[in-house]
Design a protein around this ligand. Structure first.
Ligand SMILES: Cc1cc2nc3c(=O)[nH]c(=O)nc-3n(C[C@H](O)[C@H](O)[C@H](O)COP(=O)(O)O)c2cc1C
Length: 215
């Protein structure tokens, strides 16, 4: 198993997979990496479908702009964000966990004020669509945990967000509108790891020189 640093450095988007199944233990390990991801207020909105059946992979390929490697990969994770994780009952449940875990004792600033927190909890249940961006952002963290774990296990993967019309994958699996399909992740073995793709330089990435903060 690679270290985190090695996995970050060696990961590539893999778009060609061998016809070799991914062992069940590896699928378990990839899902466990998603489960352990952090999320805002610990809402954990991520939900997954594990797809191995060839006819389902072929259908996903067609929906996802006919990208061939989706059908080729022995396992495809359909990665979703559940907006219901942001409903008032879920909010109350997670808030109670924060109290039980004594997280509240380590909070500071506005969040340390029990009245402020109580007011947040009393907020009426909003239109769940308001939470779409947060739900997807948090799900993306879990997906990258999966990607890096797959790399560390010697597997390849490729993020896929080109997913056809909104709702097509929902219709395929009978998922409700509150389950937002956020990405598709084909995973499998490869015999050819491509060289690193271009990245912007450190100075392009930083909005002001590092020297302004660190001597
Ligand atoms: C959110 C997201 C969506 C992506 N969607 C696709 C996609 O639909 N098809 C594809 O071939 N690659 C997709 N990619 C892969 C990117 O093209 C790739 O990460 C980028 O070109 C850098 O290459 P690397 O991953 O090998 O470093 C996606 C990547 C991300 C993070």
């Amino acid at each position: 198993m690679l270290t985190v640093k090695e996995a970050i450095q060696q990961r590539r988007s893999i778009r060609k997979f061998l016809d070799k199944p991914v062992p069940r233990e590896m699928i378990d390990e990839i899902l466990e990496a998603a489960r352990l991801a952090p999320s805002g207020s610990n809402r954990q909105p991520w939900r997954f479908l594990v797809v191995t059946a060839p006819e389902e992979r072929a259908k996903l390929r067609r929906i996802c702009w006919d990208q061939a490697f989706i059908e080729q990969a022995p396992v495809v994770f359909v990665c979703c964000a559940d907006l219901v994780a942001y409903s008032q009952p879920s909010r109350l449940k997670r808030a109670q966990e924060f109290i039980d875990d004594k997280v509240t004792e380590t909070l500071s600033g506005r969040f340390a004020d029990p009245e402020f927190r109580a007011a947040l909890l009393k907020m009426p249940d909003a239109d769940l669509e308001l939470f779409r961006a947060a739900a997807v952002a948090n799900t993306y963290i879990a997906i990258e945990h999966m990607v890096l774990t797959a790399t560390a296990l010697g597997l390849g993967s490729c993020w896929v967000a080109a997913m056809g019309e909104e709702g097509e994958i929902n219709a395929m699996f009978g998922l409700p509108k509150t389950t937002v399909v956020s990405a598709v992740l084909p995973v499998g073995y490869t015999d050819k790891v491509p060289p690193p793709r271009p990245r912007i330089s450190l100075s392009e990435m930083l909005l002001r020189p590092l020297e302004a903060a660190v001597k």
